[in-house]
Ligand binder design. Structure first.
Ligand code: PDD
Length: 285
């Protein structure tokens, strides 16, 4: 995992250099993506790049890189890093300025950085093999533009740490109305009486690509009802199953929330059906 891409060049990570005046470093002024790749096959490349384009537009970073340019960068990175199970991290910051000034500078060149990192093998639709999650809940104290996949992740990092220090693997977040938003690095799904529900998208949540693909796969299949609807903390506590979704986890079953078992505390049958469908169709996107 040692060859990275930086501003048009592939080079060993030890040789990659970024200015300390880069606004990504000084302000977290940038957008990122994480795209999974299994044995050289990318999952959701186009929707990931679409979301990246939307994030760059939202913060007014202009970049001429086309979808095909991105594809060749990502494919070369995979090929140079062994084509195993990889997460591809892409990071575009506004670039390095000559001074530290809050206003967007004119005429600087964005910094483009990408690297590959090892991820676990693709999750299998097998209840006994599924990694399970034990999580805590807390009020979502992040900013109100969580729909932008900003590199400024301190709010997410602090929330993740709240669970992590107690030996938990994620932190579920709810807003001031006691409605579930997402987790510190995942979207969230709840199952009750066979119906799969996830909170609707707004400025409080990242529009996850795994979420998008899972919803589309479930709707196309039609055998499991799905709804995008407000989920209260009470709904969460009464759920039969709770799942986290993210590019590096796919659909991860949560078996414990705040020390209480979710449903019967086991990985559920709806998870099994959903992961089976996801595994079969994830390369369609
Ligand atoms: N995290 N919500 C948040 C806050 C996230 O950071 C992520 C992804 C998701 C899921 O999005 P997707 O399905 O597109 O991966 C939801 C990435 C993987 C990360 O920061 O490493």
């Amino acid at each position: 995992m040692s060859i990275v891409y930086l501003d048009g060049t592939f080079l060993p990570i030890d040789e990659a250099r970024i200015s300390p005046m880069d606004r990504g470093f000084l302000f977290g002024d940038g957008i990122y993506e994480v795209i999974p790749s299994y044995g050289g096959r990318l999952v959701g490349f186009e929707p990931h790049m679409r979301r990246m384009g939307e994030g760059l537009a939202a913060i007014e970073i202009k970049l001429d890189t086309t979808l095909e340019d991105w594809r060749s960068i990502v494919e070369e990175l995979i090929q140079r890093n062994g084509s195993g199970n990889l997460g591809i991290y892409i990071h575009v910051s506004r670039g390095a300025d000559s001074r530290r000034h809050h206003a967007y500078p004119v005429g600087i060149t964005p910094t483009v950085f990408a690297f590959a990192f090892e991820i676990p093998a693709a999750p299998r639709a097998d209840k006994s093999a599924a990694p399970t999650y034990s999580v805590v809940t807390t009020e979502d104290l992040r900013w109100r533009r969580c729909n932008i996949k900003s590199t400024a992740l301190l709010g997410n990092v602090m929330h993740f740490q709240q669970g992590y220090t107690g030996g938990h693997t994620e932190t579920l977040l709810y807003n001031q109305q006691g409605e579930l938003t997402e987790a510190s690095a995942c979207n969230v799904f709840v199952v009750k009486d066979g119906v799969v529900r996830t909170p609707p998208l707004d400025h409080q949540k990242l529009p996850g690509i795994t979420r998008l693909m899972l919803l589309e796969i479930l709707r196309r299949d039609g055998s499991i009802p799905v709804e995008e609807t407000v989920i209260s903390l009470e709904d969460l506590r009464a759920a039969d199953e709770v799942w986290l979704t993210s590019s590096t986890k796919e659909i991860a079953p949560v078996v414990e929330i705040d020390g209480q078992a979710v449903g019967d505390g086991q990985v559920g049958n709806v998870w099994l059906a959903a992961q089976t469908l996801y595994s079969a169709h994830k390369f369609d996107f």
